[in-house]
Design a protein around this ligand. Structure first.
Ligand code: SF4
Length: 700
């Protein structure tokens, strides 16, 4: 047991990093977090990874914004300022909240009333609370008058959600990842949990140690490989060939669950006819996996009494991300592996609150709880609740908003806690587009690359400074508590949103997180039986929850699906090439992702001393043989070039990488991966192809 030092207090909360949603205790002395320990939360059972333990000193970093900033009159917005925080800061002066908020609101009102509501947009955040996400989308929809509101889900699991909604009528997981400990077979594909969901990875390793057969499918070596019964290394970008060959085997060898397919699914005949062309012998050269292994994996999965599928960005961040997800959904459904303990479909959510922010309506085509904006009954209910007329037309997604900015259609943007100048694909264009806006307001805790191009910067609250709820990848709604006071003149995000709403003419009262949660419960039936008081007492309740004293339903769809027919749809997927194939000029495949130590665009983890010390600089990883061929040694500088740009960074040897592939993380401002990535979108999920583009590697 930990012995608290004199003067120390303990505050229960949740980790602000990944979607695992580990519960933790902050140990606070003299208004500083001196240590963090894990709590017995349902998703972590006392465990934390390196980010949850050592990733909190960013909160008191000297870069922290603690006063509003206004761009100095005549100071040009230069995309190059994104790379030079000192130069960017010199173009701002400090301001009072009154002056900054008046300027922020006037700019939006002028565009709304002059050009029209569709010239405005908002990017909310999956790193804020549910209450902030809800209030933000409500402000954009009622104060701006547009559905142009989105967040980073568009850049992570939008394709998975599109396929899940189409197939099973719900975009969330059907079972928590902890259900894997009861599975006989666990498929992990396009996900690297040891780096990106480290505590979830411990449950998968535990399951393997107890005898579960782990099948790890990845073009690269994976931290779970040494725990796996089958390691399937496939050709990048050929997920559909791989998965259709497995589906083909299950259907051709009649290994599927006939009873389940007949009772719980529809469109089987069309899928069966489609799969005829995907014999493993024909697909082996396409996906780079032997026909024997394809058949072996199919038989292993179909023969399991209980099986689960977990996937990540490797599946979704592709122009065929929705097709990839359709195949995984079909695999689970054909074998009846949904709705029982030890079974399920689980897209591992990236950010701590991407599930909750999506549920709360930070989506341009859907209101809270995934009601399409064009659906009259729900819209009428919200119009009555919010006292406003709502636009029935879907708004633009993140990347579409950036494109509309470039073309001049979007003139004003409100960004809360997101960093599109780093996270958008093809950031050269994104930064130019942001710099060209007539009015950009950024609400954040640091002068991010996006804030460097703002007209007004509003200093906001960090997670350990606020009360609020978040919803993790397991659908567990959890309570976070404020442990620290706000620095200087920084304000709570909720207070900033309400202030802006009032200045835009909305009669909103001051909002506490508790009051906003109560309103959300009115707008969102999915929150039935989950109250603020309950969360304060119990810390975590799973949605959906069917009684005020029930813990919530961890495993769903055991008795049908929330679709019109009550059945799940089997949707065939065809082969689609990645948007940009390697060629003589760009012979490598570039793939991007996270590292264990760094989080997304690095705004927090690069300001956490221990984490930054572990991974202080960007590196491009290649197979050792490739490095040798290029005449490079680990640590040498190399130049990575794509059709969109070039960057220099250190070379790193990674024996897990196949030849012809290069990996780089996207957390580094000075070597921004998204200068290189391809903005081409999946047509359904509208997600860019971050995981695949053609590249050239040169000595620097
Ligand atoms: Fe935080 Fe995720 Fe690590 Fe848990 S696994 S401590 S939620 S980063």
């Amino acid at each position: 047991l930990r012995v608290a030092a004199a003067g120390e207090r303990t505050v229960a909360s949740v980790c602000p990093y990944c979607g695992v949603g580990c519960q933790l205790d902050y140990h606070v002395r003299d208004d500083r977090i001196v240590e963090v320990t894990g709590r017995e939360g349902p998703s972590n059972q006392g465990r934390l990874c390196v980010k949850g333990r050592f990733g909190f000193d960013y909160v008191r970093h000297p870069d922290r914004l603690d006063v509003p900033l206004i761009r100095i009159a005549g100071a040009a917005k230069d995309p190059a300022d994104c790379l030079d925080p000192g130069r960017a800061r010199a173009k701002f002066r400090t301001a009072s909240w009154e002056e900054a908020m008046a300027l922020a609101a006037d700019g939006f009102a002028r565009i709304r009333d002059g050009t029209g509501p569709q010239a405005l947009a908002g990017f909310g955040s999956a790193k804020g609370s549910n209450e902030e996400a809800y209030l933000f989308q409500k402000l954009v929809r009622t104060g701006f008058g547009t559905n142009n509101v989105d967040h980073c889900t568009r850049l992570c699991h939008a394709a998975s959600v599109a396929a899940l909604l189409e197939g099973i009528g719900s975009g969330a997981v059907t079972a928590p990842f902890t259900a894997a400990v009861e599975a006989e077979v666990i498929v992990v594909i396009g996900a690297r949990p040891t780096e990106n969901h480290p505590v979830a990875a411990t449950f998968l390793k535990e399951a393997a140690a107890r005898g579960a057969k782990l099948v790890v499918m990845d073009p690269r070596g994976n931290g779970l490989d040494r725990h796996a019964a089958e390691v399937v290394r496939f050709t990048p970008g050929r997920d559909v060939a791989l998965l259709n060959a497995i589906l083909h085997t299950i259907v051709a060898e009649e290994l599927y669950d006939r009873q389940y397919v007949a009772a719980q699914t529809e469109d089987f005949a069309a899928l069966r006819a489609h799969l005829v062309a995907y014999d493993p012998a024909a697909m082996a050269p396409v996906c780079g996996v032997s026909a024997d292994q394809l058949r072996r994996v199919a038989r292993l999965f179909a023969g399991a009494r209980t099986a689960m599928i977990l996937w990540g960005m490797g599946i979704s961040q592709s122009v065929h991300g929705t097709d990839n997800s359709r195949c995984l959904i079909a695999l689970a459904l054909l074998c009846g592996q949904v709705g029982r303990p030890g079974t399920g479909l689980h897209p591992l959510r990236g950010q701590n609150n991407v599930q909750g922010a999506s549920d709360a309506g930070l989506i341009p085509m859907m209101f809270p709880d995934y009601h399409p904006v064009g659906q009259d009954t729900n819209r009428a209910m919200l119009e009555a609740l919010w006292g406003a007329t709502l636009d029935p037309r879907p708004g633009l997604t993140v990347v579409e908003i950036m494109q509309a900015m470039e073309q001049g259609g979007i003139r004003g943007l409100y960004v809360m806690g997101e960093n599109p100048a780093m996270s958008d694909p093809d950031v050269t264009h994104a930064r130019q587009a942001l710099a060209g806006l007539a009015h950009l307001v950024v609400q954040d805790i640091f002068l991010t690359e996006t804030a460097a191009l703002a007209d007004v910067v509003l200093p906001a609250s960090a997670w350990p400074e606020k009360d609020g709820t978040v919803t993790n990848t397991n659908r567990q709604v959890q309570m976070g508590r404020a442990a620290l006071p706000l620095p200087g003149a920084a304000r709570q995000d909720l207070a900033i949103i309400v202030d802006l709403a009032q200045r835009l003419g909305l009669p909103w009262p001051a909002a506490s997180p508790q009051a906003v949660f109560a309103e959300m419960a009115q707008a969102m039936p999915s929150l039935a039986n989950i109250t603020w008081e309950r969360l304060a007492r119990e810390h975590s309740v799973t949605t959906p929850c069917h009684a005020p004293d029930a813990p919530g339903e961890e495993i769903v769809f055991g008795d049908g699906f929330p679709t019109a027919s009550g059945r799940a749809r089997l949707v065939p997927a065809g082969l689609v090439d990645p948007a940009e194939m390697p060629d003589a000029a760009y012979p490598f495949v570039l793939t991007t992702g996270r590292q264990l130590e760094h989080w997304h665009t690095g705004a927090m983890t690069r300001r956490a001393a221990a984490l930054d010390a572990l991974e202080p600089e960007a590196a491009a990883s290649l197979a050792p043989a490739e490095l040798q061929r290029l005449g490079l040694a680990p640590g040498d500088r190399l130049r990575l070039v794509t059709r969109r740009g070039a960057i220099e960074l250190a070379a790193r040897a990674d024996p897990g990488l196949p030849e012809g592939m290069v990996f780089m993380p996207f957390a580094f401002r000075e070597a921004a991966a998204n200068l290189l990535t391809n903005p081409q979108l999946d047509p359904y999920g509208k997600i860019p192809e971050f995981k695949y583009c053609a590249a050239r590697v040169e000595r620097a």
